[in-house]
Each structure stands twice: as structure tokens, then as C-alpha cells.
Design a protein around this ligand. Structure first.
Ligand code: PGA
Ligand code: ZN
Length: 462
């Protein structure tokens, strides 16, 4: 009889994501009976430094978006090489996958092929060990040490004590939830990509989710009664109204919080994913909603500063573009004491870019997206590094998602503290929210909930 946790077979297939775009699904088989399955997500507003998503480019299938080459990478190259490895040793498996690809951005065999195996392997290992995925991921997380090259003497962000209990125990995350979508996710109706809420005052994940649903409903009613066209939803389930300015979205959100009987800034704060890389050109930020305006980096920071004084804003993602390091430094110096400043396109979940950001005084938080870097082990290293330099990690979905709810379990197991999934509409989003409800119920007092308390070190928040 074969060893229960040894990989016996790896299978891949092409399936569809939430935009009807092909993506890679992988099954890893272990021992006599265990099978783990994973589906890889896909972004639309991708950063240029992300790991490479391999697509066929064959115009006769899915407008060139097919992933049969990546499926072939799994079936013909990577999969057979995994047979015989121990699924429990995730680090060795991921190392082998990286070696087999051998290119800096996983472009030879495809980050989508590699990540599919990496995640399906973790699932299979949990099944073979007869433990829940959250227990297996917690074990992997506890074994994740920070490699010497990613230790930085500097420490930009918050102290260990102020970040506690992040990373130290199982935690249900604070959801950061898209309510109004713009940018590349909603036909560029607004310049900014996400207008989000953070239910910082809720006492539990379940309560937070209840508040979110109620605000989402009140917002839909407010937009409809104001006669806004486009209450239909964008890629992540947020409303995609034709508002006349970006700022109008902030006022509608504040109003919806009040109409849900909650206090803006105390119970529920606001967040933005500016995704500014996507309207940045030749050193200028080009904003089109509400009349064309152009800013340099200082002007962009002024705008965010102004909004943060007039609205209950607590978190801003990609306020500057992915290669505007000086802009990022200015943004961090001006607003880093008052706001969570998340690097998404800036860091692309890559520990090397995060290290550079820490050294240059950029951001105080990092978005964690598995497919930006392309393996589970590297993702855990970036998370470990974020916490070691005092940056808040935010585990995130992509705009192209699936029924796979791995990230919900990852957020709980690593105690990351925050998760960004999209809105409370569309089942690829709800798959994750519902998985968190199951984990909350199942783990009971074994999992904590820090909620908005993680922001106690920001000025103006206690
Ligand atoms: P993406 O968007 O998945 O299209 O990159 C998500 C984000 O920018 O946070
Ligand atoms: Zn983003």
C-alpha cells in the first residue's frame, strides 16, 4: 500500500472563472484515497510585476484566453515530477515547481499551472492527514521562517505589540468590502476601482457580515432613489453607478452607513482601492470623473489627504502607482500615521518588492494575493515578512474568482486580520464569506476576532 501522504497523480483541466474566462483547475491525488482540488483566480487590474499567467493566445478558442498550455504544463511536465513527493512537505514541493520552471516570473510553465498544483497539494495533504485545511495551513504557517535575505534592519510599520494578535493565533478576519466599483472592474464609470467599507466596530465576524449586508441594501436603495443609472453590479459585486464624481461615492457610502443605523467612522469606516497605476501616465495621475484633472504625486496625496479629513476613511490601497516610489514615500510620510496604506500593484505579494518598500519608507500594509507570486510557500513568506516589519497584511481575492474558498481558510490560519473578497453579491464572493461563517462556527473559541482593534495605533482611532 502506498504511503498515505505521497503524491500518486496530478491532473489538470480548463474550467471557467466568474467572468467566464478560462482558468486552471488542478487535482492532486495522494496515497490510496486522498484528493485535493484548487482553482486559480485571475486579475483584471494586474500589476506589471506579477508572476506570469500563461494563456494560449490561440484566437480560435476563448479569444486567445484559453489555458490549455498551462494545463499541459501540469500534465506533461510538473505533475509527473511531483509524483512520489510527500504532499505534507509543501516547501519542498513548491521549491521543486519553481526549479522546474526556472524563470524569474514563472513565465515558462505558467504561474497559473504552478499555483494550481501548490494549492491543490495543500488541500490533498490536509485530506491525507485527516485534518481540516485550516489545521494543516496553521501548521505550514507556524513552520514558515523568514529567510535571511528578507530580514530588514529597518522597521517601518507598527511594533510587534501593536500588531498583536496578528499572525499569532487563529483569527476570523475583518472584512474590507467593496460597495461601489469603478475603474477596470466596472467599465471605467469612475476613476477609482473600489469604494469599500470596514465594519471596524463589530464584535464578531458574523455581526460584521450582517452590518455589511444591511449597508449594501441601504446603498442600493439610496442610489436608486437618487436616480443613478447603473445600480447593476461590477466584477466584484459592488454597484457600478454612473456618478458624476469619485467623491460622490464617498458621500453615498457615508449616507448608507447612517441609513443602516450605524455610525460612520465608529462602527463602520471607509476604504478605497485607488488602483492608481491604471490612470497614471508619464508621471501624472489623470482623473476623468467629475471633469478632467491631472495631478503630480504631491497633488494625488493632497487629494487623498483632503478626503481623509472630510470622510471617515481608514484605509487606502494603491494611492500611488506601482513604480512611483517617491510618490509612495510622500504618501506614507503624510498619511501613514492616520491611515492604513496598502500596497497591491506596488508589492505584488513579492518579498523582494516588499523589502524595497520597507527600505524606502513606502506603505504600511500589503495586499496578499496568491496568484501574484504564484505559490503557497512564497505567499506565506511574504505574509511572515509583512508581520516582521510591522505591515498589516490583507488577504485578497481577485476580480476573476471561482467557487474555491482557499483564501478564507488562509486568512484564518495565518491570523492575517483582514480579508478583501469583493461585495456581498455573486456566489464566487459568497463562497468565501460563507466559508468564514463555517469556520467561525466550527472553531468557536479556538479562533479569535480582533476586528477594527488592529487599527488602535493609528492616530484618531482607538
Ligand atoms: P484585480 O483587482 O484582481 O483585477 O487585480 C483587485 C485589486 O486591485 O485589488
Ligand atoms: Zn488593488
Amino acid at each position: 500500500m502506498s504511503h498515505p501522504t505521497k503524491i500518486t497523480h496530478v491532473h489538470a483541466r480548463e474550467v471557467l472563472d466568474s467572468r467566464g474566462k478560462p482558468t486552471v483547475e488542478v487535482e492532486v491525488h495522494c496515497g490510496p484515497h486522498a484528493v485535493g482540488r484548487a482553482i486559480v483566480p485571475s486579475g483584471a487590474s494586474t500589476g506589471q510585476f506579477e508572476a506570469h499567467e500563461l494563456r494560449d493566445g490561440d484566437p480560435t478558442r476563448f479569444d486567445g484566453q484559453g489555458v490549455l498550455k498551462a494545463v499541459q504544463s501540469v500534465s506533461a511536465v510538473l505533475g509527473p515530477e511531483c509524483v512520489g513527493l510527500d504532499a505534507v512537505d509543501q516547501v519542498a514541493l513548491d521549491r521543486r515547481l519553481l526549479e522546474l520552471d526556472g524563470s524569474p516570473h514563472k513565465s515558462r510553465l505558467g504561474a497559473n499551472a504552478i499555483l494550481g498544483i501548490s494549492l491543490a497539494n495543500a488541500q490533498a495533504a490536509a485530506v491525507a492527514r485527516r485534518v481540516d485545511l485550516v489545521v494543516h495551513l496553521l501548521d505550514l504557517w507556524q513552520q514558515t521562517a523568514l529567510p535571511a535575505e528578507f530580514r530588514t534592519p529597518g522597521r517601518m510599520g507598527m511594533s510587534d505589540a501593536s500588531l498583536a494578535p496578528l499572525g499569532q493565533e487563529l483569527l476570523l478576519p475583518l472584512p474590507m468590502v467593496n460597495m461601489i466599483s469603478g475603474g477596470l472592474h466596472a467599465g471605467r464609470n469612475l476613476d477609482l476601482q473600489d469604494f469599500l467599507i470596514l465594519p471596524v466596530g463589530a464584535g464578531s465576524y458574523r455581526e460584521a457580515l450582517g452590518w455589511i449586508v444591511s449597508i449594501y441594501r441601504r446603498l442600493g436603495e439610496a442610489l436608486t432613489s437618487a436616480g443613478c443609472e447603473g445600480v447593476l453590479v461590477g466584477d466584484e459585486g459592488g454597484y457600478g453607478p454612473r456618478l458624476t464624481s469619485n467623491e460622490m461615492a464617498l458621500s453615498f457610502l457615508t449616507l448608507a452607513i447612517e441609513q443602516a443605523g450605524l455610525r460612520p467612522g465608529i462602527d463602520v469606516a471607509l476604504g478605497l482601492d485607488v488602483a492608481s497605476t491604471h490612470f497614471f501616465d508619464a508621471g501624472r495621475y489623470l482623473l476623468r470623473s467629475g471633469g478632467d484633472v491631472e495631478f503630480d504625486s504631491a497633488g494625488m496625496v493632497d487629494l487623498l489627504d483632503d478626503w481623509s479629513r472630510r470622510y471617515p476613511l481608514i484605509s487606502v490601497e494603491d494611492g500611488c502607482a506601482e513604480d512611483d516610489w517617491d510618490g509612495w514615500n510622500l504618501l506614507t510620510n503624510r498619511l501613514g500615521g492616520r491611515l492604513q496604506l496598502i500596497g497591491d500593484d506596488l508589492f505584488v505579494t513579492n518579498p523582494e518588492r516588499l523589502k524595497r518598500g520597507v527600505e524606502r519608507g513606502c506603505a504600511n500594509s500589503v495586499l496578499i494575493k496568491l496568484n501574484q507570486i504564484g505559490s503557497l510557500t512564497e505567499t506565506l513568506v511574504t505574509l511572515r515578512m509583512a508581520l516582521s516589519v510591522g505591515y498589516w497584511p490583507v488577504v485578497s481575492a481577485r476580480s476573476g474568482e471561482t467557487e474555491d474558498s482557499f483564501i478564507a481558510v488562509l486568512a484564518v490560519a495565518t491570523g492575517a486580520g483582514q480579508i478583501k473578497i469583493g461585495s456581498v453579491a455573486r456566489s464566487e464572493r459568497l463562497a468565501k464569506y460563507n466559508q468564514l461563517l463555517r469556520l467561525e462556527e466550527k472553531l468557536g473559541s479556538r479562533a479569535g476576532y480582533a476586528g477594527g482593534k488592529i487599527f488602535r495605533t493609528l492616530r484618531g482611532h482607538s
